[in-house]
Write a protein that binds this ligand. Sequence first.
Ligand SMILES: Nc1nc2c(c(=O)[nH]1)N[C@H]1C(S)=C(S)[C@@H](COP(=O)(O)O)O[C@H]1N2
Ligand SMILES: [Mo]
Length: 425
Amino acid sequence: MAPKTFKSVAEQDRYYKSLAPTFPYLNEPTASRDRDVLLVRAEQPFNAEPRLPQLVEHMVTPVTRFFKRNHGPIPTLDPANYTLTIQVVDGPTTVWRLDQLQMQFDTHEVMAAVQCAGNRRDGLNRVNKVKGVIWGPGTISNAVWSGVKLRDVLVASGVPADPAHSTYQQWHVDFKAYGLSAEDECYGSSVFASKALNPHEDVLLAFKMNGQVLPRDHGYPCRVIVPGVIGARSVKWLRTVTVQPHESLSFYQRRDYKVLPPQANATNLALYWDTISALQAMNVQSVICEPTEDSPRPLDNQPYTIKGYAISGGGCRIDRVDVSLDNGKTWLVARLFRPVSSSAARRNPELNDLPTTKHWAWTLWACQVESGIPKNAVLVCRAWDANGNTQPSEPTWNYRGVMNNSWFKVDIAKCPAALLTKAHM
Ligand SMILES: Nc1nc2c(c(=O)[nH]1)N[C@H]1C(S)=C(S)[C@@H](COP(=O)(O)O)O[C@H]1N2
Ligand SMILES: [Mo]
């Protein structure tokens, strides 16, 4: 599988046309794309993130506002003919129809955030030019996913159910998608078998998002949801799952979604592919969503509520979010809005999640400033997770611009002046 790179959009178009009888972007969905809220970073493939104030208006992000991250056109799949093939290396191959997957296994509902590893790439691009879609801080959203546990389907497809089996220790679960992809023959990724097969994890084959049939943009009719890890592993339009002794060979596992050292660049990056790990768990992150540097400046003598989101990796809880008005010299503590993510824990509060597991949803936060925000304030936020991890004050640049979680700042002097309304005079 030679990875594909393109010198120009025209070259990319020619490649797609040669592969597909009709140009693949002619059948893009529109219903799940609210163009008043989404900032479109690229049309083909469609890549868009919501504006920050609208992002945190809802605990559960509406599908029309949910960020969309695509490496190719949106495939058109017929649910009646859809099949998912599960292969076990040195074991059986099983082909499942959609109705079999939906009827034969228990349904599970999980609230989980999906965050792209490239979230906040713009911050690293300001340090030095990076490669990739230049995302702002809105490449994260939170939804309620429902479907069946991947573990249940794998066990029914011949994978040993015993957690002590060696398959749990060293193997990987590889995902491949239907449809075309810009850098490889198809989109693909893998996660550790110890995650996918763990009965206490919530890795899903999802058919629904926020109670409705999965929109085409988000993987219809079936996608993987791997809570707690970077979005790249939650493969949409799932075609095959392979349980195997090595990681996915995909471009997106072996060459992309890695934190390369600062000396890596366009000419020497291949030197680092074999020694740098493919990212899995997210790092600890928080962002101020209100105010933003392009929304009206808060009035300096009026109470104001600063709002944002926070999340950590691997299901680790957000314990605290600190907010500074003076560029990090002194800190206030924000109020946290932390939903319970697993449906089991919601039904049975005695099954409370541990601080370091199963906190798959994001945490929204608010910080009320009674005295108002000074005109020269530099707002900063930083989150702390239950393992005591926090965000670095400065970013460390990497060529692919991933995992930027440095202190998030809003320089109030950059906000356009507020229009004084009568009520404020
Ligand atoms: N088949 C397929 N799955 C995919 C992708 C893709 O391009 N194709 N993008 C991945 C990446 S990088 C992210 S961040 C998430 C984005 O999911 P969303 O578009 O539902 O927000 O999907 C992942 N799954
Ligand atoms: Mo991503």
